[in-house]
Design a binder for this molecule. Structure first.
Ligand code: GUN
Length: 293
């Protein structure tokens, strides 16, 4: 039986509608959730993500303070901007879009974000709390993946989850989230990466396969166990002359081959992507509520 295709756009739309109602109620109490956004340079993919984030905030009633800085912005100036947002009471969440230009030390910039405004969940203190199971901001993409699995009725507890990719943004946090002894977690987790020998021998054991490798066709149908849930976190631009833009988006897995074998599968675009932005808004609203207390 072909896989059920998870409609991330629909799940995201449902969650955003709930959030819009919540923001309207907060506004009646004089609380306006605010997100500070910083984009350095003009990378086309980053520009399109940031634009989508700002648009989604506006639709939900979240204030966004948008800052597009030139590619040659100095590290000191960027950190000064972050510190200004740390001190601004209208801003409850700070988003510095990654990657940053090569002359800037990303760790130094992320480290400058006030932990209580770290709605991306990237600061070392937040990551530490995630690992030891304390209350924290969950990084948006992995948080969105968990929501998609949970809302699809997938039983995570006791499942063998195989994560492909060990990035700080997706692989490491999703692995840590799913191994916690908590609801929507409690899985057995294996992490594969570029140093893994015979990757297929691991991926074929997965009840839930989460792929964040950053390369098209990393996972083909022969690497998937029949009936597995496959979550494709990849977003890759590949040339396509039939498109006005000259490219199209594909994920990290062979969608056509795997849809005949998996039980659940996310498309690209329209799977995990819309959830990332939604979880950023969820975290920003949560931060505004914490600041109001
Ligand atoms: N670049 C790719 N994904 C993300 C994300 O979730 N947050 C930020 N800040 N940058 C990113």
């Amino acid at each position: 039986m072909p896989a059920q295709i998870i409609d991330g756009k629909q799940v995201a739309a449902d969650m955003r509608a709930e959030l819009k109602t919540e923001v309207a109620q907060l506004r009646e109490q004089g609380i306006i959730p605010g997100l500070g956004v910083i984009l350095v340079g003009e990378d086309p993919a980053s520009t399109s993500y940031v634009t989508a984030k700002e648009k989604a905030c506006a639709e939900a009633g979240i204030y966004s303070d948008d800052n597009r800085l030139p590619a040659d912005t100095s590290q000191a100036d960027l950190i000064a901007k972050v510190e200004e947002m740390n001190a601004n009471p209208k801003i409850h969440g700070i988003l510095v879009q990654l990657p940053l230009p090569k002359h800037i030390d990303e760790d130094a910039v992320i480290g400058a974000i006030a932990p209580e405004k770290d709605v991306d969940g990237f600061t070392p203190g937040n990551v530490g709390r995630l690992v030891i199971g304390q209350e924290c901001f969950m990084p948006c993409t992995p948080h969105g993946v968990v929501q998609l699995l949970a809302r699809s009725g997938m039983e995570i507890s006791g499942a063998h989850v195989v994560v492909v990719g060990r990035s700080n943004i997706v692989g490491k946090p999703i692995a840590n989230m799913l191994l916690q002894k908590k609801p929507n977690a409690n899985a057995t987790v294996t992490i594969c990466h570029t140093g893994t020998r015979d990757m297929a021998s691991f991926t074929r054991q997965a009840d839930i396969l989460i792929v964040a490798a950053g390369r098209p066709n990393t996972i083909t149908a022969d690497m998937v166990k029949p009936g597995a849930a496959v979550i494709d976190v990849g977003v890759n631009r590949i040339p396509d002359d039939t498109k006005k833009s000259g490219f199209r988006l594909v994920g990290d897995v062979d969608f056509e081959g795997i849809k005949e074998k998996a039980s659940l599968l996310t498309p690209v675009p329209g799977g995990v992507g819309p959830m990332t932005i939604t979880m950023l808004m969820v975290n920003t609203v949560e931060s505004a509520k914490r600041h109001a207390q």
